[in-house]
Design a protein around this ligand. Structure first.
Ligand code: URA
Length: 238
């Protein structure tokens, strides 16, 4: 990774402008290995660097890859309008380093949401050519019927879509709950597919992306974690 001056390191990690970061250092608010560093122009090796700002420890990360257990009532758009944005759930450093949601969940959808500041990663994950299965649990207004499951599996025609869209797999979990797996990520896809199949989605939760399962991350709603290389590898298509 190489060396960088401390003010630049702090800037890349979302602590503010370079000038502001230089002042943080000069004020003695930044420590490395228990030592206060006051020279913001000191070149420092970034690989494995742990530093503290106002006593809080941070590991230098070139990019961040985050899984959030999204609660209802938060928007994924960058300029949230009707509800607070999901970035308000994370430490403010993340918005400053341009962390963004990878794809979108509706404001009332809960569950697994990836976030990152790695542009190529976001682009690759969001590509329609990348057939990564996404697993949803949808609570239905009307009871689940064999016809509903068969319709979702064989494909339903959505307005504005040239061809019918089908679930990869779909099963009843209980009388009003289905698990549906999709490889596309069209606008409101689960809700629109359920409506087109003659039912209505009253609650939606994403539980898995590729091989990455929300229940294995141990996150309560509103909690987030960094993803490591092994977890990121689970997001690759088969
Ligand atoms: N499908 C939907 O309808 N909404 C989501 O948030 C995700 C998938």
């Amino acid at each position: 990774m190489g060396k960088m001056t401390l003010d630049r390191i702090l800037q890349t990690q979302g602590f503010g402008t370079r000038k502001w970061c230089g002042e943080l250092v000069a004020d003695g608010e930044v420590c490395i290995s228990g030592q206060v560093i006051t020279d913001s122009r000191m070149p420092i090796e970034t690989a494995g660097l742990v530093f503290t700002v106002f006593g809080e420890p941070w590991l230098y990360r070139e990019h961040v890859y985050i899984a959030l257990n999204k609660p209802a009532g938060f928007e994924c758009s960058r300029k949230a309008s009707h509800h607070p944005g999901v970035l308000t759930i994370l430490p403010e450093q993340f918005a400053r380093r341009d962390v963004q949601p990878v794809g979108r969940l509706d404001h009332d959808t809960t569950g697994l949401l990836l976030m990152s500041d790695d542009g190529p990663f976001i682009h690759a994950q969001s590509s329609p050519r990348r057939h990564v299965p996404k697993v949803y649990q949808a609570t239905t207004h009307d009871p689940v019927t064999p016809e509903l499951l068969a319709g979702l599996l064989s494909g339903v025609k959505l307005h504005d879509e040239p061809a019918p869209l089908a679930a990869s797999t779909c099963r009843a979990v209980d009388a009003h709950l289905i698990e549906i797996v999709l490889e596309q990520g069209k606008y409101h896809q689960v809700k629109r597919m359920l409506a087109a199949a003659g039912n209505h989605c009253v609650a939606l939760r994403r539980t898995q992306i590729g091989g990455l399962r929300l229940d294995q991350l141990g996150l309560a709603e509103g909690e987030w974690c960094y993803l490591d290389d092994a977890q990121l590898a689970l997001l690759k298509p088969d």
